[in-house]
Design a protein. Structure first.
Length: 174
């Protein structure tokens, strides 16, 4: 077996220090983990790209779009949300109808930075949790109401926003 890169060792040390449950993907510098957030469970994976000194954290929604009309409205919703983001982005796996949030960071050294990696995990969990009720509303709406759904107003609904989490408030689930 190949030894782990320094960056992968740093990622593992963050999860160990935070006592976040995770599993490693055999033969790859990838770990999987899950967190119970305010609105939903957020499953994610973290992949290390040693040659780039990069870490990518990706979460995937547990829901999927049932048809083209929902897919198009979800695509519009994430396009509008992406315009407001300063870090990371939402994506739509068009064929699977699944919403993803991806955040990648390039590090100036092969060791990476534990604070940045920890922050990446918090950001990915927070962003997927933040969009969960909006996604649910779109996916539960059918027919003419779906076509006329005001996504801009939906995005401005403060009653759907969770309170800002404290840095130590993430709770992992096995």
């Amino acid at each position: 077996m190949t030894p782990h890169s320094e960056l992968y060792a740093t990622v593992l040390s963050v999860f160990t220090a935070e006592q976040w449950a995770f599993s490693e993907v055999a033969g790859r510098e990838v770990i999987r983990s899950g967190f119970e957030a305010h609105h939903t469970r957020v499953d994610l994976h973290i992949q290390v790209f040693e040659e780039l000194a990069a870490v990518s954290v990706v979460s995937e929604s547990p829901r999927s779009c049932s048809g083209p009309a929902h897919r198009e409205r979800i695509a519009e919703l994430i396009m509008r949300i992406n315009q407001t983001l300063t870090v990371g982005n939402f994506e739509l796996d068009w064929d699977a109808g699944r919403l993803l949030f991806r955040l990648t960071n390039l590090f100036p050294s092969p060791q990476g930075d534990t604070g940045i990696i920890r922050g990446m995990v918090h950001t990915v969990v927070g962003e997927m949790d933040r969009i969960a009720p909006l996604e649910a509303i779109v996916l539960q709406t059918e027919g003419a109401p779906l076509a006329s759904l005001d996504l801009i107003s939906l995005m401005q609904r403060e009653d759907l926003l969770p309170e800002l989490p404290q840095p130590d408030s993430l709770q992992e689930t096995p």
